[in-house]
Design a protein around this ligand. Structure first.
Ligand code: ADP
Ligand code: MG
Length: 299
């Protein structure tokens, strides 16, 4: 049934880091253009587990697709493991998509052959990698054990529950041995019990594969379980969360995206005076009433 991975093929494959530099993406429609990304600067270290958060329509899926090499950005660049994805040749891009990066789309069945079993789906992904002389870090059997899929490994994925399909899609995404896994809203269509299983599986997969994992999620519990969150707002990086604390990010061009609750206090076009002290920076709103109302401090 399962063939052992030839040991001589297996060599450690380092996870990829990601560097997005001023990424811009426009979708061209007949009457107008939609600006999906308007200057994303984002660095992710090799082996990190990062959650992308943010309202619908802010460009999160677009960003994943660009990193995955499925979409060419309109401007800016994305370096994955030091290579500029937009400048890869067709052959490099094919290999990159087949064995270096795994993207797990939001609908789990979009990632799987529905009438093949879980195991066959994993074998299919791994065979593709081996055909390109790339050794998956985890064998199909390793992945089935890691994600607890034994009970239904021989069932066609179309007959499984949504959560089981999502777990299978994650395993299939990892089966090619990707050094970067991009996961789009893995728990969005699941009940709480299945959500917990998939969240745990994401952590297990991250720890077990050593890959860099970037996932988009609206799930507050899943977001709270990862060390780093990046909020995408209006096509740019808004805040970053580190272990639950939110930080504004100064972009490469010096701009700061203010969170919505702060924007209510200082709406667009507000003039702010930046007052530098030895130990802190103060933002002063000259037009505001009393001195204490009109001041915010940034340390
Ligand atoms: P998110 O994943 O954060 O919900 P998306 O990246 O899917 O956001 O979409 C960002 C913006 O781009 C939205 O305004 C969306 O309507 C638009 N968009 C996404 N895909 C396409 C497409 N294929 N053609 C035209 N517009 C698109
Ligand atoms: Mg999306």
């Amino acid at each position: 049934m399962l063939e052992a991975t030839p040991v001589h093929e297996a060599r450690p494959r380092a996870a990829f880091d990601i560097e997005c530099v001023s990424l811009v993406h426009l979708y061209h429609l007949p009457d107008s253009d939609v600006v999906a990304l308007r200057g994303v600067d984002l660095d992710i270290a090799a082996g990190e587990l990062v959650a992308l958060l943010g309202p619908s329509g802010t460009g999160k899926s677009t960003l994943l697709r660009i990193i995955a090499g499925l979409l060419k950005p309109s401007a800016g660049k994305v370096l994955v493991g030091g290579r500029d994805v937009a400048r890869m040749s067709a052959a490099e891009l094919r290999r990159y998509r087949a064995v270096d990066v795994g993207i797990i789309l939001q609908d789990p069945l979009a990632n799987l052959l529905p009438y093949a079993t879980v195991l066959e789906n994993l074998e299919f992904a791994a065979e593709g990698a081996r055909a390109l002389e790339s050794a998956p870090a985890l064998s199909e059997r390793d992945l089935i054990a890691l994600l607890g899929l034994e009970a239904y490994a021989d069932r066609p994925v179309a007959t499984l529950s949504g959560g089981e399909q999502q777990l299978s899609a994650l395993a299939a995404g990892a089966a090619a041995g990707g050094r970067l896994l991009l996961v789009d809203e893995p728990t969005s269509q699941l009940d709480p019990h299945e959500r917990d299983r998939v969240s745990a599986a994401l952590h297990d997969l991250h720890a077990g594969s050593g890959a860099t994992v970037v996932m988009v999620t609206h799930d507050p519990e899943l977001a709270a379980s990862v060390p780093r969150t990046v909020t995408i707002r209006d096509g740019r990086v808004g805040e970053e969360g580190r272990h639950g604390t939110q930080y504004a990010v100064v972009g490469r061009d010096g701009t700061i995206q203010l969170p919505p609750d702060v924007l209510e206090l200082v709406p667009p076009d507000t003039l702010l005076r930046i007052v530098r002290h030895a130990d802190r920076i103060e933002l002063e709103i000259p037009d505001a009433g009393g001195p204490s109302d009109g001041q915010g401090e940034v340390r």
